[in-house]
Design a protein around this ligand. Structure first.
Ligand SMILES: Cc1cc2nc3c(=O)[nH]c(=O)nc-3n(C[C@H](O)[C@H](O)[C@H](O)COP(=O)(O)OP(=O)(O)OC[C@H]3O[C@@H](n4cnc5c(N)ncnc54)[C@H](O)[C@@H]3O)c2cc1C
Length: 384
């Protein structure tokens, strides 16, 4: 098991579940999706229990690049083609708004997640990539000329797409801060509480954990890459590698994607560079849920640091991996999959803003029967 830069700090987990407890909503999974859902359901006055197998934010949500970008993994033009312009536009608008809400939560609720709204840039290194970026040009983004883009970081790029409202943050601190807020709103969270099975009783489910049992009216699986261990859905685990350097003079602002989205990097406010990706260098090995380093990709990441405009000597302090949940069309699965069993999972490598948004909106949907986010593109039925 690798240790991410974000998780390399003291943390005291909550007690595991040892008793038999009863609730309306039982959320399984304490990453950004599950914790956001617990927060919003509790805020709406619902009785919520969250069960996390390990520690809050210990999986992808505490191991990622910490970039917040509007939109989906699926290209905007393809979303327009498949769902119509109003639906595509709404999704981009709401993901952009979600970033603002996360920023406000950090400011108003004193979550010290180093939130920086300096924009996120996607670089094109050749004409083909540039043509692709032009096709991807979506609301809330703007094309940069070669000269403008080169000033941002990668001197050999030929152009870029910038999301000025894009942001970056410390993902583990955000999720753990939100977990505290969820508790303040009345939710109960258990850590080291692995869900192993559930039984459908006449009017509720009995959820068996490694400790106690939860009787709940509804189960909501926010288990992303690990969902298949609990229910048969087309979500496969895919590994992603990352590293962090020691701190040095801050020359990089904003978040950055390059190599057609395969690489990402940023510099934290305290000067460490977080860089990750490179999965295209050994895709086959990365089709796994084993949290191990891949020497080929880690070597590639080390060399890639040479492309960044960094000044001064530095060391690599952390190398880690994280497991993402991919669906066949790279869109999450959001909805009821069996009576009173709901799923929010399969974020396919882009789940910080989207996981937060889907959870916030799904809390509304569960209680009021509708929400602002168009859910048709994410319906579980598309795979049935
Ligand atoms: C290296 C890396 C870099 C990334 N970079 C970015 C980025 O810059 N921007 C971005 O938007 N996205 C990024 N992502 C993707 C993003 O991290 C994920 O999409 C997001 O964190 C998913 O959150 P989640 O809460 O759905 O899943 P997770 O964070 O994986 O949480 C699921 C939780 O469920 C728990 N669980 C599973 N099974 C059980 C069970 N049976 N019982 C109880 N609990 C269970 C797990 O322990 C886990 O804590 C990256 C991912 C990785 C790995």
């Amino acid at each position: 098991m690798t240790l991410s830069y974000w998780l390399d700090r003291q943390y005291t987990p909550r007690e595991p579940l040892l008793d038999v407890v009863t609730t309306q909503y039982c959320i399984v999974g304490g990453g950004i999706t599950g914790v956001s859902l617990a927060y919003y359901l509790a805020k709406l006055g619902k009785h919520v229990i969250l069960l996390e197998a390990d520690e809050i934010a210990s999986k992808a949500s505490g191991r990622n690049g910490g970039l917040l970008v509007p939109g989906l993994e699926k290209r905007y033009d393809l979303c327009v083609q498949d769902y119509g312009r109003p639906v595509a536009h709404k999704i981009w608008q709401l993901t952009s708004q979600a970033i603002e809400i996360m920023k406000t939560l950090c400011e108003e609720e004193h979550i010290d997640a180093q939130f920086l709204q300096e924009g996120v840039i996607k670089y094109a290194m050749n004409q083909e990539e540039l043509n692709d970026l032009i096709t991807r040009h979506a609301p809330y983004s703007q094309l940069l000329t070669k000269e403008e883009a080169q000033k941002k970081s990668l001197r050999k790029c030929v152009g870029a797409l910038e999301y000025p409202k894009g942001a970056s943050y410390d993902p583990a601190t955000f999720v753990r801060g939100l977990a505290r807020l969820a508790e303040e709103e009345g939710a109960t969270l258990y850590e080291n509480a692995l869900v192993v099975d559930w039984i459908h009783q006449t009017d509720h489910y009995s959820i068996e954990t490694s400790g106690g049992v939860v009787h709940a009216q509804k189960i909501i699986l926010c288990t992303n890459a690990y969902t298949k261990e609990l229910i048969d859905l087309p979500i496969r685990p895919v590994r992603n590698q990352a590293l962090a350097t020691s701190s040095f003079k801050r020359t990089l602002t904003g978040g950055h994607y390059s190599a057609d989205g395969w690489m990402y990097f940023k510099q934290t406010p305290s000067g460490e560079v977080i860089l990750g990706g490179g999965r295209d260098k050994d895709k086959k090995t990365e089709e796994t849920d084993v949290d191990d380093l891949n020497p080929t990709i880690q070597g590639y990441l080390t060399n890639y640091l040479g492309n960044l405009p960094l000044s001064g000597a530095f060391a690599i302090t952390h190398r880690w991996a994280g497991i993402m949940g991919f669906t066949p069309d790279k869109l999450p699965i959001i909805g009821e999959v069996k009576k009173d069993i709901h799923v929010l999972a399969g974020f396919s490598g882009l789940g910080n803003a989207l996981g937060f948004l889907c959870a916030k909106e799904y809390a509304q949907k569960l209680i009021n029967g509708f929400c602002e986010l168009p859910l048709e593109p994410f319906s579980p039925k598309r795979f049935s």
